[in-house]
Write a protein that binds this ligand. Structure first.
Ligand code: MG
Length: 378
């Protein structure tokens, strides 16, 4: 379990890398062939280092934070608050950064999360064991992005099943939903299937969303943009299929609201999007105590961000398969060694006995991919 381990940060280095993607990524502003990634490297007064990753995308739209907004906030505001200060425990970093900016969860997490890996490294234990994770392997689901045709989508679903993935998630939006689901279900009537709309529907689409019940989906993730929880409560009441909240869950209060308002039954928890592990563990503990199914989503992280997600998903409350695809699904070559892998049963091994993050950092590759770098010191 987590023991007392004070530390003092002496350096935070920011890097932006451009990591080549295996397949183009359809972002809100266009197609990307490489992922812009903001990495952080922390060093403490004992010379121990730990790497982290900001999960923000390159442009706003899906969510307001971007790599560039984080790159501005980290050296100007957040890093000076923690560098040179003796930190008694990692949750203190969360409190300090949150007091400075209650929003900007992704920028905060880029400092907060590697503090956990740093403490794990100092104590000679894995990140997973530090946070009380108990599973030696975690179940991986796959996300299949928008395809050029329904036939192409059905073929991708078949390939994912053959690879061993525990469940398949597809993206839907108005006009690109019923045909896709009918096509998949006509070939694969029983495969664990879920849909994610990223808030593409409105409350005027409720009848359409209710009609999705016939597809026996594991869940419908974040269907509506409406911030009004009452619309989600109304929809959930009319549906047998559970609603899953993703973008709405930014802290523990949001999870409590979902449960009390009955506006959803499942949470997609992304530590890099809720301010880091302190917040993620609070949400996890609440969900475990209230029997709310939980799974770990992805933000197209490199192997560094993936290490945090795998460690977190090994906690007892993560009862559903996470978006924890192996490195080869996204990257031509990852920046960690060994790369993240998955067996033919769709399981990812948790590096429970490897101190710190659980994977080694490929610094030569990171150096080769770095397009800008900034050291922040005391
Ligand atoms: Mg989502």
């Amino acid at each position: 379990m987590i023991s007392h381990c004070p530390f003092t940060l002496t350096r935070i280095t920011l890097r932006e890398i451009r990591l080549p993607l295996m397949e183009p990524f359809h972002a809100s502003h266009g197609v990307e062939h490489e992922r812009r990634i903001l990495l952080t490297e922390l060093e403490d007064s004992d010379g121990i280092t730990a790497w982290g990753e900001c999960v923000a995308l390159s442009s706003a739209g899906y969510l307001p934070e971007t790599i560039d907004s984080a790159w501005k906030l980290l050296p100007e505001t957040l890093a000076p608050l923690v560098i040179g200060k003796e930190i008694a425990e990692t949750s203190e970093v969360h409190s300090i950064l949150k007091a400075a900016t209650p929003v900007n969860h992704m920028a905060r997490a880029a400092i907060e999360m590697p503090c956990w890996a740093l403490v794990a490294q100092k104590q000679g234990q894995s990140l997973a064991s530090l946070i009380g994770a108990t599973r030696s392997e975690v179940s991986a689901g796959v996300v299949i992005g928008m395809q050029d045709s329904t036939q192409a989508l059905v073929e991708k679903v078949g390939l994912a099943i053959d690879e061993g993935y525990a469940r398949v998630k597809i993206k839907i939006e108005p006009g690109a939903d019923l045909e896709k689901l009918n096509a998949i279900r006509s070939v694969y009537p029983d495969v664990p299937l879920m849909v994610d709309a990223n808030g593409a529907y409105s409350k005027d689409d409720m009848d359409l969303l209710i009609s999705l019940d016939v597809f026996n989906l594991e869940m419908i993730e974040q269907p509506m943009q409406d911030l009004d929880q009452a619309h989600y409560t109304e929809l959930q009441n009319a549906l047998n299929t559970p609603l899953c909240l993703d973008e709405f869950i930014c802290n523990l209060n949001d999870a409590v609201d979902m449960h009390s308002e009955k506006s959803g039954r499942i949470i997609n928890l992304k530590p890099g999007r809720v301010g880091g592990f302190t917040s993620a563990l609070q949400i996890h503990d609440y969900c475990l105590a209230h029997d709310i199914p939980l799974w770990c989503g992805g933000m197209l992280e490199s192997g560094i961000g993936r290490a945090y997600n795998v460690a977190l998903a090994a906690k007892a409350g993560f009862t559903l398969a996470g978006d924890l695809s192996p490195s080869r699904r996204y990257w031509k070559q990852d920046i960690v060694s060994p790369e993240w892998d998955m067996n033919d049963q769709g399981m990812v091994t948790v590096p429970m006995d490897h101190p710190g993050l659980g994977v080694d950092i490929d610094i030569e590759r990171i150096d080769a991919l770095t397009v800008r770098k900034e050291d922040i010191t005391s």
